[in-house]
Write a protein that binds this ligand. Structure first.
Ligand code: ZN
Length: 277
Protein backbone atom coordinates (compact mmCIF):
# COMPACT_ATOMS: atom_id res chain seq x y z
CA UNK A 1 0.00 0.00 0.00
CA UNK A 2 2.85 2.34 0.77
CA UNK A 3 4.31 1.94 -2.66
CA UNK A 4 0.92 2.46 -4.23
CA UNK A 5 0.36 5.78 -2.47
CA UNK A 6 3.92 6.92 -2.97
CA UNK A 7 3.76 6.10 -6.65
CA UNK A 8 0.49 7.99 -7.08
CA UNK A 9 1.82 11.03 -5.33
CA UNK A 10 5.05 11.05 -7.26
CA UNK A 11 3.52 10.32 -10.61
CA UNK A 12 1.07 13.18 -10.29
CA UNK A 13 3.04 16.04 -8.76
CA UNK A 14 1.01 18.46 -10.77
CA UNK A 15 -2.08 17.55 -8.82
CA UNK A 16 -0.34 18.48 -5.62
CA UNK A 17 0.78 21.80 -6.93
CA UNK A 18 -1.79 22.86 -9.43
CA UNK A 19 -1.87 26.59 -9.25
CA UNK A 20 -4.90 28.55 -10.24
CA UNK A 21 -4.14 32.10 -11.16
CA UNK A 22 -7.14 34.30 -10.99
CA UNK A 23 -6.30 37.45 -12.83
CA UNK A 24 -8.05 40.74 -13.12
CA UNK A 25 -6.50 42.93 -15.78
CA UNK A 26 -7.97 46.27 -16.65
CA UNK A 27 -11.19 44.60 -17.66
CA UNK A 28 -10.61 40.90 -17.34
CA UNK A 29 -10.39 38.53 -14.45
CA UNK A 30 -9.15 35.18 -15.50
CA UNK A 31 -7.76 32.02 -14.08
CA UNK A 32 -4.77 30.05 -15.18
CA UNK A 33 -3.80 26.60 -14.03
CA UNK A 34 -0.14 25.82 -14.12
CA UNK A 35 2.09 23.18 -12.78
CA UNK A 36 5.42 24.15 -11.26
CA UNK A 37 7.97 21.42 -11.37
CA UNK A 38 7.94 20.67 -7.68
CA UNK A 39 8.37 17.16 -6.48
CA UNK A 40 6.64 15.84 -3.41
CA UNK A 41 9.91 15.88 -1.53
CA UNK A 42 10.14 19.64 -1.91
CA UNK A 43 6.81 20.21 -0.24
CA UNK A 44 6.69 21.30 3.41
CA UNK A 45 5.03 18.05 4.40
CA UNK A 46 5.86 14.79 2.74
CA UNK A 47 4.82 11.20 2.84
CA UNK A 48 7.34 9.42 4.98
CA UNK A 49 9.53 6.84 3.32
CA UNK A 50 9.00 4.58 6.28
CA UNK A 51 5.24 4.85 6.60
CA UNK A 52 2.73 2.32 5.40
CA UNK A 53 -0.20 4.32 4.29
CA UNK A 54 -3.07 4.47 1.86
CA UNK A 55 -5.71 7.01 1.02
CA UNK A 56 -9.25 6.46 2.22
CA UNK A 57 -11.83 5.74 -0.49
CA UNK A 58 -13.74 8.87 -1.57
CA UNK A 59 -16.55 9.84 0.79
CA UNK A 60 -18.64 12.97 1.24
CA UNK A 61 -18.03 14.93 4.43
CA UNK A 62 -20.96 16.03 6.61
CA UNK A 63 -22.10 19.50 5.58
CA UNK A 64 -21.63 22.30 8.10
CA UNK A 65 -25.10 23.28 9.33
CA UNK A 66 -24.99 26.73 7.72
CA UNK A 67 -24.47 25.11 4.32
CA UNK A 68 -26.91 22.27 4.98
CA UNK A 69 -29.57 24.88 5.69
CA UNK A 70 -29.07 26.50 2.31
CA UNK A 71 -32.15 25.73 0.26
CA UNK A 72 -31.39 25.05 -3.36
CA UNK A 73 -33.12 27.52 -5.57
CA UNK A 74 -34.12 25.24 -8.43
CA UNK A 75 -35.01 28.06 -10.75
CA UNK A 76 -31.57 29.59 -10.53
CA UNK A 77 -29.57 26.45 -11.31
CA UNK A 78 -25.84 26.19 -10.78
CA UNK A 79 -22.57 25.90 -12.66
CA UNK A 80 -21.34 22.71 -11.03
CA UNK A 81 -20.36 21.32 -14.44
CA UNK A 82 -17.71 24.06 -14.69
CA UNK A 83 -15.98 22.95 -11.48
CA UNK A 84 -12.81 20.89 -11.67
CA UNK A 85 -12.08 18.23 -9.05
CA UNK A 86 -8.51 17.15 -8.37
CA UNK A 87 -7.51 13.52 -8.82
CA UNK A 88 -8.35 13.16 -5.14
CA UNK A 89 -11.74 14.81 -5.38
CA UNK A 90 -13.25 18.23 -4.81
CA UNK A 91 -11.40 20.84 -2.76
CA UNK A 92 -13.81 20.95 0.15
CA UNK A 93 -13.05 21.90 3.72
CA UNK A 94 -14.11 19.46 6.40
CA UNK A 95 -12.77 21.02 9.62
CA UNK A 96 -14.67 24.10 10.72
CA UNK A 97 -14.23 26.93 11.22
CA UNK A 98 -11.87 27.27 8.28
CA UNK A 99 -8.94 29.37 9.51
CA UNK A 100 -8.07 32.49 7.54
CA UNK A 101 -5.08 34.75 7.88
CA UNK A 102 -5.43 38.26 6.47
CA UNK A 103 -2.18 40.18 6.18
CA UNK A 104 -2.20 42.75 9.01
CA UNK A 105 -1.37 46.43 8.87
CA UNK A 106 2.09 46.20 10.34
CA UNK A 107 4.87 47.73 8.28
CA UNK A 108 2.51 48.70 5.50
CA UNK A 109 4.19 51.35 3.32
CA UNK A 110 0.82 53.01 2.72
CA UNK A 111 -1.29 52.54 5.88
CA UNK A 112 -4.40 54.24 4.46
CA UNK A 113 -4.51 51.95 1.46
CA UNK A 114 -3.70 48.96 3.66
CA UNK A 115 -6.64 49.84 5.94
CA UNK A 116 -8.93 50.06 2.95
CA UNK A 117 -7.70 46.70 1.70
CA UNK A 118 -8.12 45.01 5.08
CA UNK A 119 -11.66 46.36 5.52
CA UNK A 120 -12.69 45.21 2.04
CA UNK A 121 -11.19 41.74 2.49
CA UNK A 122 -12.84 41.28 5.88
CA UNK A 123 -16.20 42.29 4.43
CA UNK A 124 -15.82 39.57 1.79
CA UNK A 125 -14.83 37.07 4.50
CA UNK A 126 -17.96 37.97 6.46
CA UNK A 127 -20.13 37.43 3.39
CA UNK A 128 -18.90 33.86 2.98
CA UNK A 129 -19.01 33.29 6.72
CA UNK A 130 -22.80 33.29 6.46
CA UNK A 131 -22.54 29.98 4.59
CA UNK A 132 -19.32 28.34 5.79
CA UNK A 133 -17.89 28.96 9.28
CA UNK A 134 -14.70 31.00 8.94
CA UNK A 135 -12.35 32.26 11.61
CA UNK A 136 -9.61 34.85 11.35
CA UNK A 137 -6.34 33.76 12.95
CA UNK A 138 -3.21 35.77 13.76
CA UNK A 139 -0.70 33.26 12.44
CA UNK A 140 -0.25 32.46 8.78
CA UNK A 141 1.20 29.08 9.77
CA UNK A 142 -2.03 28.17 11.57
CA UNK A 143 -4.24 29.20 8.66
CA UNK A 144 -5.92 27.11 5.99
CA UNK A 145 -6.22 30.14 3.73
CA UNK A 146 -3.77 33.05 3.71
CA UNK A 147 -4.55 36.36 2.01
CA UNK A 148 -1.62 38.66 1.20
CA UNK A 149 -1.69 42.33 0.27
CA UNK A 150 0.57 42.03 -2.74
CA UNK A 151 0.46 42.48 -6.48
CA UNK A 152 0.70 39.01 -8.01
CA UNK A 153 3.82 38.40 -10.07
CA UNK A 154 3.47 38.86 -13.81
CA UNK A 155 5.55 35.73 -14.31
CA UNK A 156 2.56 33.40 -14.11
CA UNK A 157 0.78 35.00 -17.00
CA UNK A 158 2.14 32.98 -19.87
CA UNK A 159 2.19 29.64 -18.12
CA UNK A 160 -1.06 28.44 -19.56
CA UNK A 161 -4.15 29.54 -21.35
CA UNK A 162 -6.43 28.19 -18.66
CA UNK A 163 -6.87 24.93 -20.48
CA UNK A 164 -8.69 23.45 -17.52
CA UNK A 165 -11.56 25.86 -17.81
CA UNK A 166 -11.31 27.27 -21.29
CA UNK A 167 -12.37 30.74 -20.24
CA UNK A 168 -9.16 32.67 -20.69
CA UNK A 169 -9.78 34.88 -23.68
CA UNK A 170 -6.36 36.49 -23.28
CA UNK A 171 -4.30 33.33 -23.34
CA UNK A 172 -2.96 33.89 -26.81
CA UNK A 173 -1.43 37.29 -26.23
CA UNK A 174 2.23 37.60 -25.39
CA UNK A 175 1.82 40.79 -23.44
CA UNK A 176 2.05 40.61 -19.69
CA UNK A 177 -0.94 41.95 -17.85
CA UNK A 178 -1.40 43.73 -14.60
CA UNK A 179 -3.18 41.24 -12.44
CA UNK A 180 -5.16 41.94 -9.33
CA UNK A 181 -5.17 38.51 -7.76
CA UNK A 182 -3.65 35.07 -7.83
CA UNK A 183 -5.03 32.09 -5.94
CA UNK A 184 -3.28 28.77 -5.62
CA UNK A 185 -3.52 25.65 -3.56
CA UNK A 186 -1.35 22.77 -2.55
CA UNK A 187 -2.22 19.37 -1.25
CA UNK A 188 -0.16 17.85 1.52
CA UNK A 189 -0.16 15.12 4.12
CA UNK A 190 -1.03 16.62 7.49
CA UNK A 191 0.40 14.83 10.52
CA UNK A 192 -0.91 16.55 13.65
CA UNK A 193 0.43 15.26 16.95
CA UNK A 194 -2.89 14.30 18.48
CA UNK A 195 -5.12 13.64 15.50
CA UNK A 196 -5.23 11.30 12.53
CA UNK A 197 -2.97 11.81 9.54
CA UNK A 198 -5.04 13.27 6.72
CA UNK A 199 -4.79 14.35 3.11
CA UNK A 200 -5.10 18.13 3.46
CA UNK A 201 -4.90 21.29 1.43
CA UNK A 202 -4.14 24.94 1.91
CA UNK A 203 -4.77 28.03 -0.18
CA UNK A 204 -2.75 31.17 -0.77
CA UNK A 205 -4.34 34.31 -2.19
CA UNK A 206 -2.33 37.30 -3.37
CA UNK A 207 -4.63 40.27 -3.69
CA UNK A 208 -3.49 43.63 -4.99
CA UNK A 209 -4.31 46.76 -2.96
CA UNK A 210 -4.10 48.83 -6.15
CA UNK A 211 -7.82 48.86 -6.86
CA UNK A 212 -10.87 50.69 -5.56
CA UNK A 213 -12.40 49.33 -2.36
CA UNK A 214 -15.35 47.91 -4.30
CA UNK A 215 -13.08 45.99 -6.63
CA UNK A 216 -10.88 44.78 -3.78
CA UNK A 217 -13.99 43.41 -2.09
CA UNK A 218 -15.29 41.88 -5.31
CA UNK A 219 -11.95 40.29 -6.06
CA UNK A 220 -11.66 39.00 -2.49
CA UNK A 221 -15.19 37.57 -2.72
CA UNK A 222 -14.31 35.85 -6.00
CA UNK A 223 -10.96 34.47 -4.81
CA UNK A 224 -12.44 33.29 -1.52
CA UNK A 225 -15.06 31.44 -3.54
CA UNK A 226 -12.19 29.55 -5.22
CA UNK A 227 -10.47 28.93 -1.88
CA UNK A 228 -13.67 27.61 -0.32
CA UNK A 229 -14.03 25.02 -3.05
CA UNK A 230 -15.46 26.61 -6.19
CA UNK A 231 -12.51 25.69 -8.39
CA UNK A 232 -13.93 26.93 -11.65
CA UNK A 233 -15.93 29.79 -13.07
CA UNK A 234 -19.49 30.75 -13.79
CA UNK A 235 -20.44 31.84 -17.29
CA UNK A 236 -23.15 34.15 -15.93
CA UNK A 237 -22.08 37.65 -15.03
CA UNK A 238 -24.42 37.98 -12.05
CA UNK A 239 -22.43 35.33 -10.16
CA UNK A 240 -19.49 36.23 -7.90
CA UNK A 241 -17.47 33.50 -9.61
CA UNK A 242 -18.07 34.88 -13.12
CA UNK A 243 -14.79 34.55 -14.98
CA UNK A 244 -14.46 38.22 -15.81
CA UNK A 245 -14.57 41.38 -13.77
CA UNK A 246 -17.71 43.43 -14.31
CA UNK A 247 -18.53 47.08 -13.76
CA UNK A 248 -20.94 46.44 -10.90
CA UNK A 249 -19.65 43.35 -9.08
CA UNK A 250 -22.48 41.09 -7.89
CA UNK A 251 -22.82 39.68 -4.37
CA UNK A 252 -22.68 35.94 -3.70
CA UNK A 253 -25.56 34.65 -5.82
CA UNK A 254 -28.02 31.78 -5.40
CA UNK A 255 -26.16 30.05 -8.21
CA UNK A 256 -22.85 30.47 -6.38
CA UNK A 257 -24.44 28.88 -3.33
CA UNK A 258 -26.17 26.09 -5.26
CA UNK A 259 -22.79 25.29 -6.81
CA UNK A 260 -20.93 25.43 -3.49
CA UNK A 261 -23.44 23.11 -1.83
CA UNK A 262 -23.24 20.57 -4.67
CA UNK A 263 -19.45 20.62 -4.41
CA UNK A 264 -19.59 19.91 -0.68
CA UNK A 265 -21.99 17.01 -1.26
CA UNK A 266 -19.48 15.21 -3.48
CA UNK A 267 -17.28 12.32 -2.37
CA UNK A 268 -13.63 13.29 -1.96
CA UNK A 269 -10.45 11.90 -0.50
CA UNK A 270 -9.36 15.33 0.71
CA UNK A 271 -9.79 15.80 4.43
CA UNK A 272 -10.05 12.09 5.18
CA UNK A 273 -7.68 10.03 7.20
CA UNK A 274 -4.73 8.33 5.57
CA UNK A 275 -4.96 4.73 6.67
CA UNK A 276 -2.16 2.60 8.01
CA UNK A 277 -1.49 -0.25 5.60
ZN1 ZN B 1 -11.41 33.13 -10.77
Amino acid sequence: MRKELKRRLQSQPALFFIILIACTALLTLFVQAYFPALSLEQSPVTVSERSHEALSPPQAHPLPSSLAQWQNSEDQGDYFSEISPTEFGYLVWSQFPVKLFVEPLENAPDPDRAHLWIDAVIQAVQEWNAYLPLEQVDSSEAANITIWRTVPPIEGFNRSADAAEGTDQAGDTRLPRIRSAETRYELFVDRPANAPTTLSHRFTIQLSPNQTADYIKATARHELGHALGIWGHSLVETDALYFSQVRNPPPISDRDMNTLKRIYEQPTQIGWEILAG
